[in-house]
Write a protein of this length. Structure first.
Length: 435
């Protein structure tokens, strides 16, 4: 069901490992060509174009593009009590973790009379995308909205695809979670057109946003890439992925269940086990055969596990495995080894790290308190997951008095002349002349 990649005896560079490790292949550039007419249509169009795009891509015409407040209230009122309780518990845990990410103001006295103050200022307006399709993602509402609220973003809008089964509105659990968090600006728009609506705004419907965050399919990723610069983005989130670093001490039932949990997302989701234990690899393979057949989305999961993006990677040792997973830079990395906590300290590249037998990725997807909007496709080598910092900008406020200016003026003039920018120096000397 899942192929093997044998890296025993191979100590390679990061780049060489990346060439051998499994990963989904997505042609975002090709998708950009496909979605460009949609972006142009939204930029130059009207609400009627959004209705037409919904009919074309979602198979339904929403009753309105902006979800009315009465629909939000109704969704919350009709939310199953156990689901509401679970959401409320998760919301509190996510808030608890993300409140610690608030950044304070700091002032550095460079010299007497000269200071630089850094203040963290929230963006004015954000558009948060919540995918819909094979699954329902109230968790993505929480993961996007809560850090934006803690960052004190003044204006927050959410977009999620209209659903044929729900009268052309986003899924009621999505709407209920928005209502639970106090979000009243919600749009029944999906895909590239949602990103375009946030990027350009639309007269009479929605103001332009400064930033778009949230996961989505390849067309959402392509729209983010195409509109980066017009709007800020968090990342180009691709297919979800899990890597599990495990040794002979790991329970194959746990490992198999965790690989399946991420394969459940999508047929191109990636599930990777890295282990020095052939016995564990064989036991996990046996468990996959048993567990996949009995799960609800067996066909989707089997397609993901048998795809080129999934594999069991055999390594020489846990230390060798750490090299491999650092090269792979998984969105989700589980450490199920005998010394999991110590091994986790050696991880440099991952979206989030889940330590020990009782910290599965599913916990982080919902209720651990961490954020599940994470870098994919190896981007964890250079990018972080969504956080309060995503919605903040560090601004420097510089203030020098006369004496501090006089002390440094000649240094600035010298550097300006060295760069052949004499007018820069003259902006300094003009103030010396008036002394």
């Amino acid at each position: 069901m899942i192929r093997r990649v044998d890296l025993r005896g191979q100590r390679l560079s990061k780049f060489e490992y990346q060439g051998l490790l499994p990963r989904a292949t997505l042609d975002v550039n090709q998708a950009m060509g496909l979605i460009q007419p949609i972006l142009d249509r939204v930029k130059n169009g009207s609400v009627e174009d959004l209705f037409a795009l919904a009919e074309e891509f979602d198979g339904v015409r929403p009753p309105s593009i902006r979800v009315p407040q009465v629909a939000l209230d109704k969704a919350l009122l009709e939310l199953a009590p156990d689901v509401r309780a679970a959401l409320e518990i998760s919301i509190e845990r996510i808030k608890k973790v993300h409140r610690e990410q608030i950044r304070g103001e700091s002032t550095v006295r460079v010299v007497d009379g000269g200071s630089v103050t850094e203040r963290w200022i929230p963006v004015d307006r954000v558009g948060l995308y919540v995918p819909g399709g094979r699954a329902v993602y109230p968790s993505s509402v929480m993961m996007n909205v809560i850090p934006a609220q803690i960052a004190q973003v003044a204006s927050i809008a959410v977009a999620s695809p209209p659903q044929k089964d729900h009268g052309g509105l986003p899924h009621p659990t999505i709407l209920a979670t928005c209502a639970l968090l106090g979000i009243d600006e919600v749009y029944a728009v999906g895909g590239a057109q949602a990103v375009a609506l946030f990027a350009y705004g639309m007269e009479g419907l929605s103001e332009k946003c400064d930033l778009v965050t949230g996961p989505g399919n390849i067309y959402v990723a392509a729209a983010k890439r195409a509109l980066r610069g017009v709007i800020g983005i968090d990342s180009e989130a691709g297919p979800t992925e899990i890597a599990v670093l495990a040794d002979a001490s790991a329970d194959p039932v746990h490992v198999a269940a965790d690989l399946i949990s991420q394969a459940e997302h999508d047929v191109i989701a990636a599930a990777v086990l890295v282990t020095p234990s052939i016995a564990l690899a064989e036991a996990v393979e046996a468990q996959l055969l048993i567990r996949v057949a009995s799960t609800k989305h067996a066909e989707r999961i089997e397609t993901a596990l048998t795809g080129v993006q999934s594999a069991i990677v055999i390594v020489d040792s846990v230390e060798h495995g750490i090299e491999v997973v650092n090269a792979y830079a998984a969105e989700h990395l589980e450490i199920q080894t005998e010394n999991a906590r110590d091994d986790a300290t050696k991880i440099r590249n991952a979206g989030a790290v889940f330590i020990g037998a009782f910290t599965p990725v599913s916990l982080g997807d919902y209720s651990a308190g961490s954020n599940h909007v994470l870098p994919t496709g190896g981007c964890a080598c250079h990018s972080s997951g969504l956080s309060v910092a995503t919605f903040l900008r560090g601004l420097h406020f510089i203030e020098y008095d006369r004496s501090a200016f006089d002390e440094i003026a000649e240094t600035v003039i010298t550097l300006a002349n060295a760069e052949d920018l004499p007018a820069h120096g003259e902006a300094m000397s003009a103030r010396l002349e008036k002394k």
